[in-house]
Design a protein around this ligand. Structure first.
Ligand code: ACO
Length: 426
């Protein structure tokens, strides 16, 4: 296979190197294109643009394959602990038993937040969206730990701090929003069980999280842990590339995730299913609306920029919904509607021709609902899971000696140079 591509332009012939990844993916390196020809490349939405090389996540959207550091998502989802996956994503390999114990102990030690930070929760309106609160609080951590501004990405202090505190921030935000007293972490519990405890325990009653629910949360977080250069991860890298601190970069990533075309889709899916249910369950009518180009309706939780086959995470989640809901004795009519929609979509030429399949957000909301997570917190759960990916991608970029500040170009289409005319003369 050729190691370069040839570009002919304006009578000149230019050789551009071809880069090959470990799974044989290929890219034309256009770094010198502008210097040699005056041309830039144009790719709205970065549909075909590689922004970096990375050894964290491999995904083959055509084949429906997703691997973190070479391990299949299906294996990790069924056999691994979220924190060992987090360690592997961030540091490059699975931890030994000793390394894992040290890592977990560090995370335990950081589980509380500065008492003064609790005042922020009083300042937010109870109707404030949990994603805006989460992003603000994560950014506020940089004010409490100002040494992060010049921190070495090799130093895991801020990394373990954020991995731990994010759970407490999320749970405190929830408790405040419903007017309940804050529940402090219990470090004898696992990462996921501790989170459930802070979310759902009340001071007057004993609380032991259901092990099946803890297992489901562990799996959900693993499924979300990384997804290479998606919108929020690219945001984290772009903000981080200016040497802004890790909390600032991840706070920006949280905001990018919030949008309904990205992580916010899990909330949008449930709202869509609820609307169909409320209007008498006319899912067929809804599907006609989705296909009608004059309506703005989309089948939320379907379609993906990269997957052109079934999202492997959606398979795991559908299975999980089928097992967990009966265990919790939950009969959710929205699950039935979701399955009917999927059945139609998998047969209908509109969806088949466009390669539209369920994505990770299609079934995750049904599971979150069953375990008592409020709808407006679904995207926050996604952020909890994605945190190791954001940290790992940020760290990988910061440790790359050839790193450059992210700064795309544009083609200007506005007015050409013209004289300014003073207000009185216009
Ligand atoms: N419902 C109906 N039609 C759709 C859908 C959908 N969910 N998704 C794409 N299409 C159609 C588009 O209308 C377009 O049709 P056209 O070619 O006739 O104009 C075609 O499929 C291609 O769609 P694009 O929007 O160009 O695809 P893109 O790759 O830019 O968008 C996206 C991907 C944003 C995920 C899109 O599929 C979508 O909006 N899905 C619903 C929102 C969603 O579930 N987002 C979560 C994604 S997963 C994640 O971020 C965690």
């Amino acid at each position: 296979m050729a190691d370069h591509a040839i570009l002919k332009y304006d009578g000149k012939e230019l050789q551009l190197p071809v880069i090959t990844g470990s799974e044989n993916e290929k890219a034309i390196d256009i770094t010198t294109l502008r210097d040699q020809t005056g041309l830039i490349t144009m790719d709205s939405g970065y549909k075909n643009t590689g922004s970096c090389t990375s050894s964290i996540t491999y995904l083959d959207g055509e084949a429906g394959v997703l691997r973190y550091r070479g391990y299949a998502i299906e294996d990790l989802a069924s056999k691994a602990q979220f924190l060992e996956v987090a360690y592997m994503i961030i540091y490059g390999r699975l931890p030994t038993e000793k390394e894992y114990t040290t890592f977990k102990n560090k995370i335990k030690r950081h589980s509380i937040i500065h008492e003064d930070m609790k005042h922020f929760f009083n300042g937010f309106p109870s109707s404030g969206h949990p994603m805006s609160i989460l992003s603000s609080m994560v950014c506020a951590l940089s004010a409490y730990y100002p040494d992060c501004i010049s921190a070495d990405p090799n130093d895991d202090l801020h990394i373990t701090r954020l991995l731990s505190k994010i759970r407490t921030i999320v749970a405190f935000g929830y408790k405040k929003s419903i007017g309940h007293p804050l529940i402090y972490p219990r470090n004898d519990l696992s990462y996921c069980a501790n989170f459930m405890h802070m979310m759902f325990a009340v001071p007057s009653e004993p609380y032991e999280p259901d092990p099946e629910v803890v297992k489901a949360v562990n799996t959900l977080l693993i499924l979300h842990a990384d997804h290479e250069q998606n919108c929020s991860t690219s945001t984290v890298r772009l903000v981080g590339s200016s040497n802004a601190n890790m909390y600032a970069a991840i706070s920006a990533g949280i905001l990018a995730l919030w949008g309904p075309l990205h992580g916010g889709a899990n909330q949008a899916v449930i709202e869509m299913l609820q609307a169909i249910h409320k209007s008498g369950g006319d899912y067929k009518g809804f599907m006609e609306k989705v296909k009608d180009k004059n309506s703005n309706a989309r089948l939320m939780g379907f379609g993906h920029r990269v997957y052109k086959n079934y999202d492997p995470r959606a398979k795991v989640l559908k299975d999980m919904a089928d097992k967990l809901l009966p265990h919790l004795k939950v009969k959710d009519p929205l699950l039935d509607i979701a399955k009917r929609l999927e059945e139609i979509a998998l047969e209908d030429p509109y969806f088949v021709e466009r390669n539209l399949y369920p994505n990770v957000d299609f079934y995750s909301g049904i599971v979150y609902r069953a375990i008592g997570i409020p709808v407006n917190m679904f995207t926050v759960m996604f952020a909890l899971g994605r945190l190791p990916g954001w940290i790992g991608q940020w760290r990988e970029m910061m440790m790359d000696p050839s790193r450059k500040i992210g700064r795309p170009r544009q083609i200007y289409t506005g007015e050409v140079a013209r004289p300014f005319v003073a207000l009185a003369d216009r």
